[in-house]
Write a protein that binds this ligand. Sequence first.
Ligand code: AMP
Ligand code: GLY
Length: 434
Amino acid sequence: MNILVVGGGGREHAIAEAIARSNKNPTMFAVMAKKNPGIAGLCEDFLLVSETDVEKVVDYAKSKNIEIAVVGPEAPLAVSLADALEDAGIRAVSPKKAVAQIEFDKAWARNFMKKHNIGGCPIFGVFTEKSEMDAFIDKVGNVAVKPAGLTGGKGVKVMGDQLPDIEAAKTYAASLLEGDSVVIEENLVGEEFTLQAFVDGKSLAFAPTVQDHKRAFEGDLGPNTGGMGSYTNTGALLPFLVSDDVEQAKQIMKDTVRALYDETNELYKGTLYGQFMLTKDGPKVIEFNARFGDPEAMNVLPLLETDYVDVISAIADGTLADLDVKFSEKATVCKYAVPAGYPDDPTKDSEVVAGDIGDAILFYSSVYEKDGKVYTTGSRAVAVVGMADSIADAEAIAQNALDNIKGDLHSRRDIGTAAVVQKRIDHMKEIRGF
Ligand code: AMP
Ligand code: GLY
């Protein structure tokens, strides 16, 4: 079977690695903007072109007799790549634009949740006019401010973090009104977790819960990033969660998939990513993404015990309910090495040399290969994943590997350490009393 992977980051390297592990002998092809050496090494052939150049991607897929295409990032979904692939007779296991909208239009997503009575929706309002927006900000008091469109996780500002007070919230919100409508939400307080599921339009197969670390520096300080690293626990449940929390989050995602069909008449196929804030009142939805998370894909795909090619075939066929999708019970810790100065003023085009990474798994992300050497681009460069029978052991494997990756790089040593995991547990205890 000829399979196409669209995208050239760490998430797509993890997808490609999961395809390469299949015993169905797939032949892999890739489309990416820059040559990711990890993905290139697993492929029969690849095309270097922008992933949002729909015509070129579809032409390439046709020329390679692709049967199934997996689209990693969100940007191509927002320009209807999945629709165009399907129109060309290529089965896409990523959502069409009408349903991928749940990620790239935050105003649409919130109005959709409200209309369909989906649980976990925070208090919110969508605004195009300043005086109404200011009145709402005053009423809610403590808010998160979001541009409605895609921002790569960088346009959201929250009071108490990036916004010192209500006046700053109003000023920032007003500055966003120029280009877009603005979503104002209650500021949710708690611990964040990610729940990802394979979806065939009707059934969902859930991966273990993951916790990402968005802040650039140790101790959760500094600006937000795409995610500096993430961990999973043995047995699928993060240490600060109880099973009822995850059951509630699963129900929210199941209801969402059903409502997406009711709303759009289009089946949601692919991976649905739920980002939740566990509050004192249970899990609330921060956002949905129409794809795997990056880094979260690199935690869960290596744990996948079911053949990934069977999974994507079942998504395409609509037979996911008949497949027993299993993940290993092990814990994982993923840590990113990013260019020095990332995200505000990153160095670029500096060489990355991966030495002995021991038992870790290495995923190349925003790097490119030139004359056999690997260079940074300015975004997250290389991730390492440790997998073991405890978070602590997985952390040690990942950190040891990271210590042997040389370059003008920065990383967070604290991700997955006992102290940081305990901080999350204590925080949740303080919030809900157990
Ligand atoms: P997003 O771009 O939607 O992923 O948001 C980036 C980050 O902003 C999230 O990871 C959260 O930490 C934070 N955030 C977004 N919405 C809220 C909210 N309603 N309350 C508190 N924090 C939020
Ligand atoms: N790690 C967050 C995301 O992929 O959106």
